[in-house]
Design a protein around this ligand. Structure first.
Ligand code: AMP
Length: 209
Protein backbone atom coordinates (compact mmCIF):
# COMPACT_ATOMS: atom_id res chain seq x y z
CA UNK A 1 0.00 0.00 0.00
CA UNK A 2 1.35 3.43 -0.95
CA UNK A 3 -0.15 5.94 1.39
CA UNK A 4 0.13 9.60 2.31
CA UNK A 5 -1.05 10.84 5.70
CA UNK A 6 -2.03 14.49 5.80
CA UNK A 7 -2.89 16.35 8.97
CA UNK A 8 -2.00 19.38 11.02
CA UNK A 9 0.97 19.16 13.37
CA UNK A 10 -0.41 17.31 16.39
CA UNK A 11 -3.23 15.65 14.45
CA UNK A 12 -1.79 12.23 15.32
CA UNK A 13 -0.14 11.55 11.96
CA UNK A 14 3.07 10.29 13.52
CA UNK A 15 1.25 8.05 15.99
CA UNK A 16 -1.02 6.60 13.29
CA UNK A 17 1.88 6.16 10.89
CA UNK A 18 3.71 4.09 13.55
CA UNK A 19 0.68 1.85 14.06
CA UNK A 20 0.08 1.46 10.33
CA UNK A 21 3.75 0.68 9.77
CA UNK A 22 3.45 -2.32 12.09
CA UNK A 23 -0.02 -3.33 10.86
CA UNK A 24 0.71 -3.10 7.13
CA UNK A 25 4.40 -4.10 7.40
CA UNK A 26 5.18 -1.07 5.32
CA UNK A 27 7.78 1.53 6.31
CA UNK A 28 6.79 4.91 7.64
CA UNK A 29 8.62 7.66 5.82
CA UNK A 30 8.53 10.82 7.89
CA UNK A 31 10.35 13.86 6.55
CA UNK A 32 10.18 15.45 10.02
CA UNK A 33 11.90 12.38 11.56
CA UNK A 34 14.50 12.27 8.79
CA UNK A 35 15.28 15.97 9.20
CA UNK A 36 15.52 15.64 12.99
CA UNK A 37 17.87 12.65 12.57
CA UNK A 38 20.03 14.67 10.15
CA UNK A 39 20.09 17.52 12.63
CA UNK A 40 21.11 15.25 15.49
CA UNK A 41 23.84 13.68 13.37
CA UNK A 42 25.08 17.18 12.52
CA UNK A 43 25.09 16.56 8.77
CA UNK A 44 25.25 19.42 6.26
CA UNK A 45 21.59 18.82 5.44
CA UNK A 46 20.66 18.89 9.12
CA UNK A 47 22.45 22.18 9.67
CA UNK A 48 20.75 23.64 6.60
CA UNK A 49 17.33 22.57 7.88
CA UNK A 50 17.82 23.64 11.50
CA UNK A 51 16.99 27.34 11.24
CA UNK A 52 13.78 26.59 9.33
CA UNK A 53 12.70 23.86 11.72
CA UNK A 54 13.39 25.81 14.91
CA UNK A 55 11.32 28.67 13.54
CA UNK A 56 8.48 26.31 12.56
CA UNK A 57 8.99 27.16 8.89
CA UNK A 58 8.96 24.76 5.98
CA UNK A 59 12.35 23.50 4.84
CA UNK A 60 12.87 24.32 1.12
CA UNK A 61 11.14 21.95 -1.30
CA UNK A 62 14.38 20.94 -3.03
CA UNK A 63 15.81 19.64 0.27
CA UNK A 64 12.82 17.50 1.29
CA UNK A 65 12.10 16.27 -2.24
CA UNK A 66 15.70 15.02 -2.51
CA UNK A 67 15.39 13.25 0.85
CA UNK A 68 12.14 11.50 -0.09
CA UNK A 69 13.36 10.45 -3.53
CA UNK A 70 16.38 8.84 -1.93
CA UNK A 71 14.36 7.16 0.80
CA UNK A 72 11.71 5.74 -1.54
CA UNK A 73 14.49 4.21 -3.62
CA UNK A 74 15.57 2.00 -0.70
CA UNK A 75 14.66 -1.70 -0.87
CA UNK A 76 12.20 -1.71 2.05
CA UNK A 77 10.05 0.96 0.35
CA UNK A 78 9.81 -0.87 -2.96
CA UNK A 79 6.47 -2.49 -2.12
CA UNK A 80 4.87 0.38 -0.28
CA UNK A 81 5.31 3.22 2.17
CA UNK A 82 3.41 5.48 4.52
CA UNK A 83 4.41 9.07 3.96
CA UNK A 84 4.04 11.22 7.06
CA UNK A 85 4.50 14.98 6.68
CA UNK A 86 5.23 14.87 2.95
CA UNK A 87 4.03 16.29 0.61
CA UNK A 88 3.29 19.60 2.26
CA UNK A 89 3.22 21.80 -0.85
CA UNK A 90 1.83 21.26 -4.31
CA UNK A 91 5.40 21.42 -5.67
CA UNK A 92 6.22 18.47 -3.41
CA UNK A 93 3.04 16.67 -4.51
CA UNK A 94 4.01 17.19 -8.16
CA UNK A 95 7.52 15.86 -7.50
CA UNK A 96 6.12 12.81 -5.71
CA UNK A 97 3.62 12.19 -8.52
CA UNK A 98 6.39 12.41 -11.13
CA UNK A 99 8.62 10.03 -9.17
CA UNK A 100 5.87 7.45 -8.70
CA UNK A 101 4.89 7.75 -12.38
CA UNK A 102 8.48 6.98 -13.34
CA UNK A 103 8.39 3.94 -11.08
CA UNK A 104 4.94 2.92 -12.37
CA UNK A 105 3.70 2.78 -8.77
CA UNK A 106 0.97 5.34 -8.15
CA UNK A 107 -0.39 6.32 -4.75
CA UNK A 108 -3.28 4.23 -3.39
CA UNK A 109 -4.73 6.70 -0.91
CA UNK A 110 -4.24 10.05 0.79
CA UNK A 111 -5.71 10.03 4.29
CA UNK A 112 -6.51 13.34 5.93
CA UNK A 113 -6.67 13.24 9.74
CA UNK A 114 -9.12 15.98 10.65
CA UNK A 115 -8.77 17.56 14.12
CA UNK A 116 -10.13 20.99 15.16
CA UNK A 117 -7.38 23.54 15.82
CA UNK A 118 -8.32 24.23 19.47
CA UNK A 119 -7.61 20.56 20.23
CA UNK A 120 -4.38 20.64 18.27
CA UNK A 121 -2.78 23.36 20.39
CA UNK A 122 -3.59 21.45 23.58
CA UNK A 123 -2.10 18.29 22.10
CA UNK A 124 1.10 19.88 20.86
CA UNK A 125 2.18 21.91 23.84
CA UNK A 126 1.92 18.82 26.06
CA UNK A 127 3.61 16.52 23.57
CA UNK A 128 6.92 14.95 24.62
CA UNK A 129 9.14 12.37 22.93
CA UNK A 130 11.35 9.78 24.58
CA UNK A 131 14.66 10.54 22.92
CA UNK A 132 15.91 6.97 23.23
CA UNK A 133 12.89 5.21 21.69
CA UNK A 134 11.18 7.94 19.67
CA UNK A 135 7.90 7.08 21.42
CA UNK A 136 5.50 10.02 21.57
CA UNK A 137 3.62 10.86 24.81
CA UNK A 138 1.11 13.44 25.99
CA UNK A 139 1.74 14.68 29.52
CA UNK A 140 -1.97 14.39 30.42
CA UNK A 141 -3.58 11.84 28.09
CA UNK A 142 -0.77 9.41 27.43
CA UNK A 143 1.69 9.96 30.28
CA UNK A 144 5.24 8.68 29.87
CA UNK A 145 6.75 6.04 32.19
CA UNK A 146 8.99 7.41 34.96
CA UNK A 147 12.19 6.25 33.23
CA UNK A 148 11.46 7.99 29.92
CA UNK A 149 14.07 10.51 28.75
CA UNK A 150 11.74 13.22 27.61
CA UNK A 151 12.42 15.81 25.00
CA UNK A 152 10.23 18.79 24.10
CA UNK A 153 10.63 19.55 20.41
CA UNK A 154 11.84 23.14 19.92
CA UNK A 155 9.05 23.66 17.39
CA UNK A 156 6.39 22.35 19.79
CA UNK A 157 6.60 25.44 21.99
CA UNK A 158 3.51 27.57 22.15
CA UNK A 159 5.01 30.54 20.32
CA UNK A 160 5.85 28.36 17.29
CA UNK A 161 2.69 26.26 17.22
CA UNK A 162 0.42 28.99 15.88
CA UNK A 163 2.82 29.69 13.03
CA UNK A 164 2.93 25.99 12.12
CA UNK A 165 -0.87 25.78 12.23
CA UNK A 166 -1.24 28.83 9.98
CA UNK A 167 1.25 27.25 7.54
CA UNK A 168 -0.74 24.04 7.62
CA UNK A 169 -4.00 25.86 6.84
CA UNK A 170 -2.34 27.61 3.92
CA UNK A 171 -0.91 24.34 2.67
CA UNK A 172 -4.10 22.30 2.85
CA UNK A 173 -5.99 24.97 0.96
CA UNK A 174 -4.04 23.77 -2.05
CA UNK A 175 -3.06 20.21 -1.23
CA UNK A 176 -6.39 18.65 -0.30
CA UNK A 177 -8.22 19.75 -3.47
CA UNK A 178 -5.17 18.54 -5.42
CA UNK A 179 -5.66 15.00 -4.13
CA UNK A 180 -9.44 15.24 -4.15
CA UNK A 181 -9.33 15.90 -7.89
CA UNK A 182 -7.22 12.80 -8.32
CA UNK A 183 -9.87 10.82 -6.41
CA UNK A 184 -7.32 9.76 -3.78
CA UNK A 185 -8.42 11.71 -0.71
CA UNK A 186 -10.28 10.21 2.24
CA UNK A 187 -11.09 12.26 5.32
CA UNK A 188 -10.95 10.59 8.72
CA UNK A 189 -12.07 12.06 12.03
CA UNK A 190 -8.86 12.32 14.09
CA UNK A 191 -10.57 13.09 17.41
CA UNK A 192 -10.52 10.33 20.02
CA UNK A 193 -8.18 7.72 21.42
CA UNK A 194 -5.37 6.63 19.08
CA UNK A 195 -6.89 3.12 18.74
CA UNK A 196 -10.28 4.57 17.76
CA UNK A 197 -8.65 6.71 15.10
CA UNK A 198 -6.65 3.70 13.83
CA UNK A 199 -9.88 1.73 13.42
CA UNK A 200 -11.35 4.59 11.37
CA UNK A 201 -8.23 4.84 9.22
CA UNK A 202 -8.21 1.11 8.55
CA UNK A 203 -11.93 1.26 7.73
CA UNK A 204 -11.28 4.09 5.27
CA UNK A 205 -8.61 1.94 3.62
CA UNK A 206 -11.04 -0.97 3.35
CA UNK A 207 -9.11 -3.01 5.92
CA UNK A 208 -10.43 -4.62 9.08
CA UNK A 209 -9.21 -3.37 12.46
P1 AMP B 1 6.91 17.33 11.39
O1 AMP B 1 7.60 16.38 12.31
O2 AMP B 1 6.29 16.65 10.20
O3 AMP B 1 5.95 18.24 12.09
O4 AMP B 1 8.06 18.26 10.77
C1 AMP B 1 8.86 19.09 11.59
C2 AMP B 1 9.49 20.20 10.78
O5 AMP B 1 10.32 19.64 9.73
C3 AMP B 1 8.51 21.08 10.03
O6 AMP B 1 8.00 22.12 10.85
C4 AMP B 1 9.39 21.61 8.90
O7 AMP B 1 10.29 22.61 9.37
C5 AMP B 1 10.20 20.40 8.54
N1 AMP B 1 9.51 19.56 7.53
C6 AMP B 1 9.05 18.28 7.68
N2 AMP B 1 8.48 17.83 6.56
C7 AMP B 1 8.57 18.83 5.65
C8 AMP B 1 8.13 19.01 4.30
N3 AMP B 1 7.48 18.03 3.66
N4 AMP B 1 8.38 20.20 3.70
C9 AMP B 1 9.05 21.18 4.32
N5 AMP B 1 9.46 21.11 5.60
C10 AMP B 1 9.23 19.94 6.27
Amino acid sequence: MRLVLVGAPGSGKGTQADVLEARLKTPKVSTGDMLRAALKAGTKLGLEAKSYMDAGKLVPDSVVIGLVEERLGEPDAKNGFILDGFPRTTAQADALGALLDRLGKPLDRVVELAVPSELIVERIIHRRTDKRTGQIYHLKYSPPPPNAELEHRADDREETVNKRLADYEAMTTALLPYYQKLGLLVRVDGVGKPAEVTARVLGALGLSA
